[in-house]
Ligand binder design. Structure first.
Ligand code: SUG
Length: 448
């Protein structure tokens, strides 16, 4: 049976703004308080989805969340009508209002970890929503994420959903941003590669000194257990703490893999040789031939990697077996990175082509092409069981761009977040969106 990697891209929500909310994420910190353009952000994301669909890749869409999250503000003690809750938060605790308005659910690589059916004990596709426990504005995503994934992958014969791990730092889980799957074919058993930043319970593992390590070893192990993965099908590796301290807050900022290939920076991991040998041996047992492409620091520094988001690219398999890299415009803007990419594609190796996308609105918050997508490997039967409303088509693209043009503002700054009208605009837009994507009631305002 034929199998696919389906990329579900997060649709940018109408409150996209630069809140400076993510300590350890250089772009989020340096663009704090700039005014944003939510309409442009959403259209840039949609243009990428359409382009990939037109190149023949399977493409889906994941809806944004309800923001401002009035229910989250109520849990923090703000009371009254919805408008009063927003007004009181704006007056007394602006940072909390900003956090409750973040459109951060667009970075769906952090929505969940997904294990394809070929890897799991019960032969179903498993999803664990990420608790995103490291940052308050992201920790409020998972309940709606779970409802959303449930509405998209509803058939329990094929899909199993797990609630987010306990919401404490010891089980900090950032989803697929620290998870890569290697395989010979998407439908065959593969090796799931979990990268963690620190251990919560074992002091032998080093930890970064400056910025937080968001993913723990214990969280990754719990996800592997929940998904029913075999020991032979899992490899754990630790991120180099010094790159976390240089702004690599997720492993997908310094490495990307697909099929049998890992593309990574020389400084990305600890004990790299041991890790590569284990990947090779375990993928070998699945009939695969593991290959790695190491980018040396002498050609691209960690700083250049963080600035350009070279590794936050999408590595895609083409029909002829070669690979294509989808990179953000910032890679072309960095001379050393661009030069590296030219030599990579002309060297006769596996990666033959680079395609550049303008995702500046998302990039300014530290979200590149890979952050914007959640990969779900599915066989034909499973793909047919996905809610068809969320699969990208030309008519859906047209409808969504019109929907964005109708509902989104083209400028948003911190003061605008206090406007109670923004909440009404968002709810009207999202209510319409659930009908477009045939999701049913997934948002708090539709349920309560
Ligand atoms: O969690 N930025 C996100 C970016 C997530 C990128 N995802 C992956 N690498 N997979 C984060 O740091 C910034 C929001 C703000 O500052 O307004 C933010 O949440």
């Amino acid at each position: 049976m034929k199998s696919y990697e389906v990329n579900f891209d997060g649709l940018v929500g109408p409150t996209h703004n630069y809140g400076g909310l993510s300590y350890g994420n250089v772009a989020s910190q340096s663009n704090s308080q700039q005014s944003s353009n939510p309409r442009e952000a959403a259209l840039q994301g949609l243009a990428k989805m359409k382009a990939l669909m037109e190149m023949g890749f399977q493409q889906g869409v994941l809806a944004p969340q309800e923001r401002p999250d009035v229910a989250a503000l109520r849990r923090l003690g703000f009371a009254g009508s919805d408008a009063q809750v927003i007004e009181r938060a704006a007056k007394d605790a602006m940072p909390l209002l900003v956090a409750s308005c973040s459109a951060s659910s667009m970075w769906v690589a952090n929505a969940a970890t997904v294990s394809p059916s070929a890897d799991t004990r019960d032969g179903r596709v498993h999803f664990t929503a990420a608790n995103l426990n490291c940052k308050y504005h992201r920790s409020i995503e998972h309940p709606t994420t779970s409802r959303m994934l449930g509405a998209m992958f509803a058939d329990q014969k094929h899909f199993a959903h797990h609630a987010a791990l306990p919401a404490v730092a010891q089980f900090g889980d950032e989803g697929a941003a620290n998870h890569t799957r290697f395989c010979r074919d998407y439908g065959q058993a593969g090796v799931e590669f979990f990268v963690f930043g620190r251990s919560a319970f074992d002091t032998r593992y080093p930890a970064p000194q400056k910025y937080p390590a968001r993913q723990t070893l214990e969280a990754s192990q719990a996800v592997a257990r929940l998904h029913g993965l075999s020991d032979d099908g899992v490899v754990y590796a630790q991120q180099n703490p010094s790159v976390i301290d240089q702004g690599v807050f997720h492993n997908d900022v310094i490495a990307v893999g697909n099929g049998e290939v890992l593309f990574y920076h020389e400084d990305a991991f600890l004990e790299t040789d041991k890790m590569l040998a284990e990947l090779q041996a375990k993928l070998g047992k699945c009939g695969g031939n593991f290959q790695s492409i190491c980018v040396p620091r002498s050609q691209v520094s960690v700083e250049d990697a963080v600035r350009s988001y070279l590794f936050n690219s999408q590595l895609l398999s083409r029909a002829d077996g070669s690979m294509l890299l989808i990179v953000p415009e910032e890679c072309r803007g960095n001379e050393r990175v661009w030069q590296y990419l030219q030599s990579l594609t002309s060297s006769g190796g596996l990666i033959r082509e680079v395609k550049v996308f303008d995702l500046k609105q998302s990039m300014q918050n530290g979200g590149g092409p890979a952050c914007l997508r959640l990969r779900v490997a599915l066989n034909q039967t499973e793909l047919a069981a996905v809610n068809p409303g969320v699969i990208m088509t030309v008519p859906l693209y047209d409808t969504l761009t019109q929907w964005v043009d109708k509902h989104y503002r083209d400028r948003l700054s911190e003061n605008d977040l206090a406007d109670p009208q923004l909440l009404l605009e968002c709810r009207t837009a999202l209510d319409e969106l659930t009908q477009i994507l045939k999701l049913g009631a997934v948002y708090p305002f539709q349920i309560n």
